[in-house]
Design a binder for this molecule. Sequence first.
Ligand code: ZN
Length: 376
Amino acid sequence: MTKHRVAALAGVAVLVAACSGPPQQSGPAPTPFPEAAATSSGAAPEGSFSVVATGDVLIHPALTEQAEADGKGKIDYRPLLAGIKPLISGADLGICHLETPLAKQGGPYSGYPSFSAPPEIADAIKDTGYDTCSTSSNHTIDQGAEGVTRTLDKLDNAGIKHTGSARSAAEAAKPLILDVNGVKVAQVSYSFGFNGIKVPAGKPWLANQIDVEDVLAAARKAKQAGAQVVIASLHWGVEYQHDPTAEQRSQAKKILASDDVDLIVGHHAHVVQPFEKIGGKWVAYGLGNSVARHSEPKGDTEEGAAARFRFVRDGDRWKVDKAEYIPTLIKLDAPIRLIDLSTSPKSAQVTKALQDTDKNILSLDADKSGLTRPGR
Ligand SMILES: [Zn+2]
């Protein structure tokens, strides 16, 4: 987190420089809210913090082949993710969604339908600047309870916080609360289901399944434990469908009606779904893939989005005063790379991805509620 504070301050320094004269060439600095430079209000308000969340990290075999090529004998996913590192590490809180269980070091690995991904992805997630990952997805128990334990042990080892699956009843019962610039922020994580795999008898705490009452109870527990903000990561929706389902919309409405949940970030569809502001709070229904390489790429499965929210104090509470989306693209032509479209050179491919993502993210008119995209 210290690193993030330093990064955020470096961003502020550049913004100040931009207001008063030519920017100093002092190396790359993430600019969390670049358009703020154009206003007299300048830098982020005192005490505010930023959250960036992204979609599915879904490690198909082709991504591992790329990581092996990049690692020259080792497996190194860092170059694959390097394009979003300034964006993620520039946020005060970086939230990922790790869709698959992790294998033992050295394998065996597997792809769809029963994933077991190289553990090196956790090191790359850390290097990219993420602080925490939601781990409840339809693949969480692909490798049973052992896969859950291996995954969480590796995330611990890599220094990534996690929630959504657990190694014990005690772990599942303990809310995940992070210190973000002195603000206590909790994350809860739930999935619509587990691809028909039954949670083992006697281990109902192994992975969290969406039930509105359970989500709200976990959020309440986090607030009672001192959390000032609760973010719900929900794995839901219908694959390859841009429109949120009636169920997603109804669940979002019920969850955001509670004082105990402040924000919902969603994933699973592998394509981008819209944002919506409900009762003054945001839901990003689906952020698409963060990184994946489907056996049949569909174009829109390569177009994702990062959601970026700035929280400010509002009396006793915290609220989002700035909501943004930053389109991303998985470039599949070798070498496979995930890129941030807000900082990528213009090309026909970039323009098309921006247009597609604008259309999908804004299909519920979230721009009229204040959602913006840097550069749009
Ligand atoms: Zn999924």
